[in-house]
Ligand binder design. Structure first.
Ligand code: AMP
Length: 111
């Protein structure tokens, strides 16, 4: 696997894992933007949201289920954001699909 997240998935790089199964990995963001800032990603190398195919949709659904569980576990179930930055113009810096789960403070409105 080629990206930082790919290397975390294969164990070549370390990360603080908060959830893992055969298909999905969730880790703590290295530079958290809020008290809770987790990254949930498929182990399959999908570069971005725009390249998700119909065959991947069950995986995306499972990622949402994992996000719900982590939101409960981290006590933010009543207020969080689940964000995907798609493409460099939107701020995507790692070309391996990942969902930011952010909460634990008042997030205000969307900028
Ligand atoms: P994005 O800008 O949407 O691609 O998000 C990439 C995120 O990955 C940023 O919030 C970074 O802080 C985070 N990040 C980068 N490298 C690592 C790493 N080695 N472990 C955990 N999070 C990382």
């Amino acid at each position: 696997m080629t990206t930082i997240f790919g290397k975390i998935i294969t164990g070549e790089l370390p990360a603080e894992k908060v959830f893992e199964n055969e298909r999905i990995l969730a880790i703590k963001d290295l530079h958290p933007k809020a008290p809770v800032h987790l990254l949930i990603m498929p182990k399959k190398e999908i570069p971005n949201l725009q390249s998700v195919e119909e065959v991947d949709l069950p995986l995306i659904g499972e990622i949402i289920t994992v996000a719900q569980s982590l939101a409960s576990e981290y006590d933010i179930a009543d207020g969080y954001r689940l964000i995907v930055n798609n493409g460099a113009t939107a701020g995507q810096s790692v070309s391996h699909l990942h969902f930011h789960l952010i909460g634990g403070k008042n997030l205000g409105g969307m900028a």
